[in-house]
Write a protein that binds this ligand. Structure first.
Ligand SMILES: [Zn+2]
Length: 140
């Protein structure tokens, strides 16, 4: 499957069975899957959504939003727990207003799950861990 490098945006082709072996980027040698939440600008977002062989869950948030802050640690924990199964992105709706407009984000936090370039699930409002996991799990 194709994996996008969050460091150099290179697209790497990795055999499915090698996902568990901590594959590195062919261009910049950084880990392709590190279990971290990736802070995405528009270019990075587009690259991941269009090319990622793994599903991509995106948290549309803003720094001033209390519920967003509250959900952030849970989002990070799940990024670790679901490492190699799903990619976790965060999009700051203040600095990336074009993306917020494109996806008609009206309330935050807003979550969207992308597969093969398309939204396959979405929800709004901060979710507790079990529900957030339940939102993602059917699609991985
Ligand atoms: Zn790279």
């Amino acid at each position: 499957m194709n994996l996008v490098c969050s460091t150099c945006m290179g697209v790497n082709r990795v055999p499915d069975e090698r996902i568990v072996d901590n594959p590195k980027c062919g261009k910049c040698k950084e880990l392709l899957i590190n279990g971290n939440v990736i802070e995405a600008n528009q270019a990075l977002f587009n690259k991941f959504v269009a090319n990622s062989g793994l599903p991509v869950v995106v948290d549309f948030w803003a720094t001033w939003c209390g519920p967003c802050q509250a959900m952030a640690p849970v989002f990070s924990q799940l990024a670790q727990e679901m490492k190699g199964k799903c990619i976790f992105l965060k999009v700051d709706t203040e600095s990336e207003q074009e993306l917020a407009t494109r996806f008609a984000i009206r309330s935050i936090p807003s979550l969207k799950l992308f597969k093969g370039g398309k939204v396959v699930a979405d929800t709004a409002g901060a979710l507790p861990k079990a529900q957030l996991k339940g939102f993602i799990a059917p699609h991985i």
